[in-house]
Design a protein around this ligand. Structure first.
Ligand code: PLP
Length: 444
């Protein structure tokens, strides 16, 4: 009997024992094509010899050092590399162990920044509905996914939510994409004015929404307008690139495609590529200097922050992404994946939308393409697609539609950047089989 407490307690699942390239193998030897890199984590694929060697070397040299040593050689080198490529103004890196720690740290840093500036009344966070920023209580409060939040309410602090920039569902037919982007961004200004600008500290959003919507980028111009609004009202812009960052969208940082820079940036997942748990919160020099010249102490910290072995893994991963031109490769293979999805599902009666950037693609499943009506969530199609795909030897990341009926079930795809064309064909073929098994059998 297993003594592990898994998240899903009802059904036994196979045990993964080995990974190689784009495939994982279970204890019976069955192969699974990793079509989602876990949850957009395994950007380099499995068994990368360079990352393994970097980790082994670091464990041998120095596995852990904490009190008294606030940094280490690999942490310094990784921070330098990230800052070299970071959006304009971003100047400091605070290492953590994962995505939720990064978003928690971002919220606390925003709060402490305004307290240190003598503006403690600036305390409201605005985020977006249908978003996910992590599972710890602060990050859960920031997220706008009602299903995840409900059972923990009342949450630790009030966060105000506006609509996401979700063209497929929320753009009016008569409206251009540009006009829609401005209208969606206007919700932020309206909310800041409603709360009072002197009380709002930050706005948090994912440049490309991952888990909760399935690879939805904002329309062009949306984030430029968001940046202007944040500047106008002295509101910090926190971008959560935990899922969409580290080359996944074809840019090292997803916001590069939107032509803007945040004040605080969160990364994780692809930073360690699954080889080590590591995340980071990056911030501007202005924020860092404010704290340095104030109390001089960011009131935060976890035992494993900046862990040398995790930092060595991150350094090897980012070194490869940058050095081997993997952002370009993610962009190119993303085009191959997008085309294959359009060829396979472009006319599918229940695939309403195919979207994404780079190797971060999603399809949205609807009951009716014309009206974009989602299936009744009670049908549980997302979970069934996941199981059917898994049985067929494909790991993908389906997620149930939102319970308010605004979004359909969707499937998120985020394969390793090393994926080859024939593996993309295999991925799309297996996904088609899973959809056929689940939805093709729908009597409706
Ligand atoms: N932020 C985003 C956008 C995410 O997608 C996730 C995880 O899926 C998180 C934060 C939380 O990251 P972690 O699961 O590493 O805590």
């Amino acid at each position: 009997m297993s003594h592990v407490f898994p998240r899903h307690c009802k059904k036994p699942v196979p045990t993964a024992v080995r990974g190689e390239g784009c495939y994982l193998y279970d204890s019976t030897g069955k192969a699974y094509l990793d079509g989602s890199g876990g949850a957009a984590v395994s950007c380099l694929g499995h068994g990368d010899a360079d990352v393994i060697a970097a980790i082994q070397q670091q464990v041998a040299d120095l596995a852990f050092a904490h009190t008294g040593f606030l940094t280490s050689e690999p942490a310094e080198a990784l921070a330098d590399l990230l800052i070299e490529h970071a959006p304009k103004g971003i100047d400091r890196v605070y290492f953590v162990s994962g995505g939720s720690e990064a978003t928690e740290a971002a919220i606390k840093l925003a709060r402490q920044y305004f307290v240190e500036k003598g503006q403690p009344e600036k305390r409201h966070l605005i985020a977006r509905r249908q978003s996910y920023h992590g599972n710890t209580l602060g990050a859960l409060a920031a997220g706008g996914n009602e299903w995840r939040r409900q059972q923990f309410a009342p949450l630790l602090f009030d966060v105000h939510h506006i609509a996401p920039c979700y063209e497929y569902v929320l753009r009016e037919e008569s409206e251009s994409a540009a006009a829609y982007g401005l209208r969606a961004a206007q919700e932020l200004e309206d909310e800041i004015l409603r709360l009072g600008p002197e009380t709002v500290m930050a706005f948090m959003a994912e440049p490309v929404v991952g888990a909760t919507l399935g690879a939805v980028p904002a329309v062009e111009g949306y984030f430029k307008r968001i940046r202007e609004i944040c500047d106008t009202y002295d509101v910090l812009l926190i971008l959560d690139e935990v899922m969409c960052g580290m080359g996944r969208t074809g840019h090292l940082f997803a916001c590069d495609a939107d032509g803007i820079a945040p004040d605080i940036l969160c990364i994780a997942k692809g930073l360690g590529a699954g080889y080590q748990p590591i995340g980071a919160m990056l911030c501007t020099g202005e924020i860092y200097e404010t704290i340095k010249n104030g109390t001089g102490f960011f009131q935060h910290g976890h035992t494993y922050l900046g862990h040398p072995v995790a930092a060595a893994a991150g350094l090897a991963v980012v070194g490869k992404i940058v050095g081997d031109g993997l952002c370009d490769r993610a962009r190119r293979q993303g085009e191959v994946l997008s085309k294959a999805l359009h060829d396979q599902f472009g006319q599918h009666p229940h695939v309403g939308d195919i979207r994404g950037r780079g190797l971060f693609q999603g399809i949205e499943i609807v009951e009716d393409r014309e009206t974009k009506t989602p299936f009744d969530p009670a049908k549980g199609y997302a979970a069934k697609i996941k199981t059917a795909a898994f049985d067929a030897g494909l790991i993908c990341y389906p997620m149930a539609g939102t319970r308010d009926g605004r979004a359909g079930d969707h499937v998120l795809l985020a394969p390793p950047f090393i994926i080859e064309d024939n593996q993309i064909d295999e991925l799309v073929g297996k996904l088609a089989t899973a959809l056929e098994q689940v939805i093709g059998a729908d009597p409706a």
